[in-house]
Design a binder for this molecule. Structure first.
Ligand SMILES: [Zn+2]
Length: 279
């Protein structure tokens, strides 16, 4: 069958899309094999058809979605792992204050007025704290620090004040050198972590109620993410300190709790956005 170029070019769109009869297709292909002009038109049509079958833009969107999914999965997993690592490390390095006993330490006053304290029981460290004209000394150990069997610290005269106490944060301090008029001195453990815990728990309740009330509105999502912050703080507190709220070193405890809470928050947001994306 002999076809003119005009007819072939009219038929080419149907042939390229596979919508023509076998007879037409055979005739057009026969023509195209010997006519360079129609071959050029056919090639052009084929290039136009390809993007229709596999559109470029949605493909890129699918790729982006997969990348975002992977990124969120990784961020969530890293956050969770770091939070657990911080909690475990905080517990392993948590100082345990040794209770005072007569054979825990000896005190010797030098002629210049300096005081030499020798600790002769296994311990990880000695903390000396001078405030208000008196000095407080504590001996502690933790699970992972190397332990000394014997250690000497010198407290210079100018730092010493009028009295040296031993504090184990469990009861009354023990006067180990000097004199004082006050009885029943007690170095209180820091209670501030308990206050933070109450504030966090209160925020969880109040923000939780607010988030539920406005959940259908524009503020619902931001409030939910805000609510998540004190929730992560509570979980981090449990991880670092358990149900305990008393610490002798509030800065240390708060630091570990915040580090764990931020990682938890990052993980929670990543996993939640991963879940929402799927629907
Ligand atoms: Zn032709």
């Amino acid at each position: 069958m002999k076809l003119s170029c005009e007819i072939v070019q009219d038929l080419l769109p149907l042939v390229v899309e596979g919508l023509s009869s076998e007879q037409t297709q055979a005739a057009v292909i026969e023509h195209v094999a010997v006519c360079s002009e129609c071959r050029r038109v056919k090639l052009q049509l084929e290039q136009d058809v390809v993007p229709k079958i596999a559109p470029e833009v949605p493909l890129r969107e699918v790729k982006n979605a997969i990348t975002a999914k992977r990124r969120r999965t990784v961020a969530g997993a890293v956050g969770m792992v770091l939070a657990v690592v911080f909690c475990v490390f905080a517990r392993l390095t948590e100082p345990v204050w040794l209770p005072y006993s007569n054979d825990l330490l000896t005190v010797e006053a030098l002629e210049v007025g300096d005081l030499v304290v020798t600790v002769s029981q296994p311990h990880s460290g000695i903390t000396v704290d001078s405030a208000g004209g008196e000095t407080t000394l504590s001996v502690w150990k933790n699970a992972i620090s190397p332990q000394n069997d014997r250690e000497t610290v010198v407290i210079p005269r100018e730092q010493l004040g009028s009295a040296l106490y031993y504090a184990d944060f469990a009861g009354e301090d023990t006067l180990i050198w000097g004199s004082t008029s006050a009885d029943g001195r007690q170095t209180l453990p820091r209670l501030v972590m308990g206050y933070y815990l109450v504030i966090a728990a209160g925020s969880v309740v109040i923000l939780g109620i607010l988030a539920v009330v406005v959940r259908k509105k524009k503020l619902g999502k931001p409030l939910f993410y805000l609510w998540l912050a004190p929730v992560c703080y509570l979980i981090a507190h449990l991880g670092v300190m358990g149900l305990n709220t008393i610490t002798a070193d509030a800065v240390r405890s708060l630091g570990w709790i915040l580090a764990a809470a931020i990682c938890l928050y990052l993980a929670a947001v990543s996993f939640i956005r991963l879940g929402w994306r799927r629907h």
